[in-house]
Design a protein around this ligand. Structure first.
Ligand code: ATP
Ligand code: MG
Length: 326
């Protein structure tokens, strides 16, 4: 049986955090034997919220280091930059005729970005973020898209565009499905709904154990639990969510001891910081290797781009044939 194809990517807008890891990256690594994975560095998408392109290549390579450190095996999962495969821009243009601007204006993910980043007037390119993403996914005929929860509306738009194309010109594309993890929206340290670079409420994959402890100390907890002895409510505490992910075995006792007040927030935070640091230790170790071998990282990228180019060329040949574009 042929393996189903996965296409998923991330924007090179800064170092990755544990939200990226538990929301998407861990799934990519876990699925790379059972699926045929392709992973895209969405460097054009990075420009949608900030057109300043300085350092974009370094950021792309640095994000690739995070991916490799997290366990992406480039022999199984080709990795490539969107900007290096010109077919993305062509398919994006063709797809842009198949969706209305009203549909794009209803997209809740872009609405959230506009609010969080205080954008007054959205650019044409930013509004078209999901159209470019549809091109990213469908150029490789991705069937499964492992992403965090904020990306689900974009996969839905991809499905609509695929249907529209297939009806208009003949069947070329699959209708891909999003695949979520149990922690598809990890909350940020400040208590906001989503850990996010732009909000500065993150723990980075590259943080040292000391940095992690320092960051976790700043986290917001149950405001009614002011000191040890006060009963707390784990269900509203983001530190408890972190325990559920990184310290699953101890969560029943932590739940009970928080509720009685026996466990104070300071100790509870120290314990989770240790568990997060232990979880990230092998990633940090591999990161050090790839940081010391930049040529190896570039080589991985160029090999991935050569593989991606072959698939993209073949898909565009089918697109041209079905549209009668010669
Ligand atoms: P940030 O939200 O930190 O600014 P981003 O939106 O620029 O990151 P993307 O490239 O859009 O980064 O996201 C990469 C992937 O990580 C997406 O699948 C996204 O859903 C997922 N992701 C990002 N933050 C979280 C989070 N806090 N919890 C779960 N998944 C997340
Ligand atoms: Mg995002």
């Amino acid at each position: 049986m042929t393996k189903k194809r996965i296409l998923s990517g991330m924007r090179p807008t800064g170092r990755l955090h544990i939200g990226h890891l538990v929301g998407a990256l861990e799934n990519w690594v876990a699925l790379q034997d059972t699926y045929e994975n392709y992973h895209l560095i969405a460097d054009y998408h990075a420009l949608t919220t900030n057109p300043d392109s300085r350092g974009i290549e370094e950021h792309s390579l640095d994000m690739l280091v995070d991916w490799l450190a997290a366990g992406i095996d480039p022999a199984k999962s080709p990795v490539f930059r969107q900007s290096q495969i010109k077919e993305h821009t062509e398919l994006h243009l063709l797809f842009s005729m198949l969706i209305t601007s009203a549909r794009l204006e209803r997209n809740p993910t872009v609405k959230d970005q506009v609010r969080d980043l205080h954008i007054e007037n959205i650019s044409y390119g930013h509004l078209g973020y999901p159209v470019l993403q549809a091109a990213d996914i469908l150029l490789y005929k991705g069937e499964v898209v492992p992403v965090g929860e904020d990306q689900v509306p974009h996969v839905e738009i991809t499905r609509e565009i695929a249907r529209r194309f297939n009806t208009q010109y003949g069947r070329v594309f699959p209708e891909p499905e999003a695949k979520l993890t149990k922690f598809a929206r990890l909350p940020g340290l400040d208590g906001s709904m989503k850990m996010s670079k732009s909000a500065g409420n993150t723990i980075l994959l590259s943080d040292s154990p000391e940095e992690i402890a320092k960051r976790v100390k700043t986290a917001v907890t149950d405001p009614e639990k002011k000191r040890r002895g006060d009963p707390g409510r784990p269900e509203i505490c983001l530190i408890f969510t972190y325990h559920q992910k990184f310290n699953a075995a101890e969560t029943p006792s932590i739940d009970a001891d928080c509720r009685t007040g026996a466990l104070g927030c300071v100790d509870c935070k120290l314990r989770v910081a240790e568990r997060i640091a232990a979880h990230l230790a092998p990633i940090r170790l591999r990161r050090a290797h790839f940081e010391a071998h930049p040529e190896e990282v570039k080589q991985v990228l160029h090999a991935g781009e050569a593989k991606a180019k072959l698939v993209a060329t073949e898909t565009m040949r089918e697109v041209h044939a079905s549209m009668g574009l010669g």
